[in-house]
Design a protein around this ligand. Sequence first.
Ligand SMILES: [Fe+2]
Length: 321
Amino acid sequence: MPTTIAFTSCARFKPGQAQTAWRDILAADPDYLFLLGDQIYMDFGLWPFAPEYQGKPKRYSPAQFERVMRDKYERQWCEPNFAALVAHMRAKNGFYGVWDDHDFAWNNAYGQDTTLPADAHMAEKRDIARALFHEFMACAPQPPEVYGAIDTPLARVIFLDNRYHATPLNVPNPVLMGPQQMDFLRRHLSHDRQYTLICGGLTLTYSAENWSNYTAEFAEFRQLVQGARKVLYLGGDIHKNAFKAPAANGLPPCYEIISSGLCVNYLGLPFEFDRRRNWTLLTLDAQQVRVDQHDKKGVTRWRIDAASWQHQALGRELRAA
Ligand SMILES: [Fe+2]
């Protein structure tokens, strides 16, 4: 029996705008759904064009931050297409996820950022955000941590937290995971399943903010991955779908499959000319991993052979108009 896993990220709720892309996932009826961050947007767009411009939540009091975040979760969780899919996935125990910057605090926020002024209240806000993540996502195997691991019939799945334990890059010895989480990752990479899926909010190699910039920790990650069983890294963040095979220079050290922009406009402008509809369906069986990357115009397909661990592009199909 194959296992099917849908994953995506980045859904920005807007009143009056139905998030119909969730229906496409429900129609595919996967065994699992992984949401890889930015399930809500605490900030979006640039000052002075956007009312909730990037970085604005730094200025909220902790009480205001909690009110705003709870209100955003409640609105998203009431979106009818999303609510129907989440209920369906929970009923089969298939709903999991992680967070990224916009559902953690603000654009490019790091929980261990000591360069922030005291009135940003990071210590309080990161715990408010984590409590609300657990209240609404209710999927983490080992709270209070957002990171954790589960086993599916064919794959060990490891969910990483790129935010709570992270520092910015411009400090001595910057980290994205932190030593305890790296140790957790190391321990959970030894298992008896055929495949290893590692899920994070960020990408390994795409966009300006990615894990490979944290060179010391990434070198350790690269080493761990090379000793592990058939690894696929699943990420979000960039409002695009992307597929990269393992590279000799370690960028990336494993398959890197990104699916981001379920329901968000790409550039963050206050009008909607480039709204995304991106998600990916993985189909795992003993012989292969099929990767179907859906967007608003169609689907791009890939196949990874389990025995050779080589991939093959299967082409692109356009949606019927
Ligand atoms: Fe996003």
